[in-house]
Design a protein around this ligand. Structure first.
Ligand SMILES: Nc1nc2c(ncn2[C@@H]2O[C@H](COP(=O)(O)OP(=O)(O)OP(=O)(O)O)[C@@H](O)[C@H]2O)c(=O)[nH]1
Ligand SMILES: [Mg+2]
Length: 427
């Protein structure tokens, strides 16, 4: 109905493994360690785009994968980083963690972007582990694994245009001729019992979404007929499109007044929405009179487009006009700061334990790890052996040192010290 919902699995890439290598050429027969770092795995992002309106593409590609980073090589050559994957979703998409039900991001504006799965960082090559204690380390880190998670993409506020009118005036028929929607159409009242949605293409690149709402009758705002449940959907539509039949069953001016009154009684804010009138069934005998009557009453205050869905008359004019109004409304939304307060829930750094360590920024490119617990653990490790060094690296990783350094803005190559041990930061 009004919620498009898909579940997708995202898998970011693993970081490339660091290399173990030693320089061996005719000038340096006994050269030192030269294993390069692995490349970063690709991350996955969701980006809001005004160019698309539905999540339909994600119904077919249920798994989104980024590539792994390449392995480090000898002569200190870094492995290549894998490209990030950016997936466009419609503006208004909410991203929810399937497991925890947490809202991870609410992409409200065009170009809002959210990293849903971070690529693993590359492992350090053995060159990084060279130290006075261990001049020829034969160790390298493996690349960090990527993240796999299942997320729900949910899109509310789908309809740009809501077709409103009395029953049997041709709302669903119009929807069916300007979109690929296949709503039930019938020569009896209340054929539509829940709204249908369709994407209306102005051309290859421009489109908007229309919904046919169940027919409204006098008293709908007080709960009469079917309309009440669906009146709230009109609140979410950008443009209200009155559908008034020229077939003479209802007086067109009365029909317009009834609908306006119901909208106003439901929520007076609906008055502010942009409107267009579609005068339908202009192929029926006597329709000219009704059209004239309506035009006289409206007196140019709202554009009236006479159409016939049966004869496909004037449909393009109606589509273009509706698109114009939707775009106008979107521009106003962009300029209105009230509508612009995008709230992101970002990845937050969560230390495994608060007391384990903290990091001090000593200078622009020097960070110091301090803390009773981390220093004590360090002293228990024998880093003159490859195994001991590896254990230390894994431990620092485990307690979240790398994440914290990243959060503090460390750059590749920055010096990080812990007591008398030093190493280079690498992300
Ligand atoms: N002659 C003529 N008949 C039309 C036209 N458009 C729709 N109809 C007919 O009008 C009747 C009602 O059409 P619907 O599209 O179901 O009307 P609706 O407004 O969606 O009705 P509810 O869902 O009941 O509110 C059907 O029999 C259609 O074939 C038109 O342009 N010309
Ligand atoms: Mg209908």
């Amino acid at each position: 109905m009004f919620i498009d919902r898909v579940v997708v699995e995202v898998r970011s890439g693993k970081g490339g493994d660091g290399a173990i290598a030693f320089l061996r050429d005719k000038n340096t027969a006994k050269g030192g360690p030269s294993g390069g770092n692995g490349g970063k795995g690709g991350s996955i992002f969701f980006r809001a785009s005004n160019k698309i309106n539905t999540l339909i593409n994600y119904r077919f590609s249920k798994v989104i994968e980024a590539k792994d980073g390449e392995k480090g090589q000898n002569k200190n050559k870094y492995g290549k980083c894998a490209p990030d994957v950016i997936c466009d979703v419609p503006v208004g998409t909410i991203i929810i963690d399937e497991k925890t039900n947490d809202i991870l991001a609410d992409l409200k504006n065009d170009s809002d972007i959210f990293m849903v799965a971070k690529g693993g960082r590359g492992g350090r090559g053995n060159l990084c582990f060279k130290s006075p204690y261990n001049k020829t380390p034969k160790i390298a880190e493996n690349g960090h694994p990527g993240t796999t998670k299942r997320v729900i993409l949910e899109l509310k506020l789908l309809a740009d245009v809501g077709l409103v009118g009395l029953p049997s005036v041709g709302k669903s028929t119009f929807l069916s001729v300007v979109t690929r929607a296949n709503p039930l159409i019938g020569n009896y009242d209340f054929t539509t019992i829940s709204p249908n949605l369709g994407v209306c293409y102005v051309d290859e690149y421009r489109s908007f979404i229309i919904t046919d709402l169940p027919g409204l009758i006098e008293g709908a705002s007080k709960g009469k007929g079917l309309g009440f449940t669906f009146l709230r959907h009109i609140e979410r539509c950008r443009v209200i499109c009155h559908v008034i039949s020229m077939d003479g069953r209802y007086d067109p001016v009365e029909a317009f007044k009834i609908i306006e009154e119901e909208l106003r009684s439901y929520n007076s804010d609906l008055n502010k929405k942009k409107r267009l009138i579609l005068a339908t069934k202009t192929d029926v005998d006597g329709s000219e009179e009704n059209l004239k009557k309506l035009e006289k009453y409206i007196n140019g205050k709202i554009d009236i487009i006479p159409i016939s869905s049966v004869l496909h008359k004037n449909l393009n004019t109606a589509i273009n006009k509706l698109f114009e109004l939707v775009e106008l409304q979107k521009t106003e939304e962009i300029n209105n700061p009230d509508i612009q307060n995008t709230t992101f829930k970002k990845y937050e750094y969560k230390p495994k334990s608060d007391e384990t360590f903290s990091i001090i920024k000593v200078s622009n490119n020097h960070y110091k790890i301090v803390g009773e617990s981390v220093e004590k653990t360090y002293k228990l490790m024998n880093i003159s052996t490859d195994e001991g060094m590896m254990r230390l690296i894994k431990y620092l990783n485990y307690i979240g040192v790398d994440d914290k350094l990243e959060e503090m803005g460390a750059k590749d190559g920055d010096l990080v010290t812990l007591c008398d041990f030093e190493f280079e930061y690498f992300n």
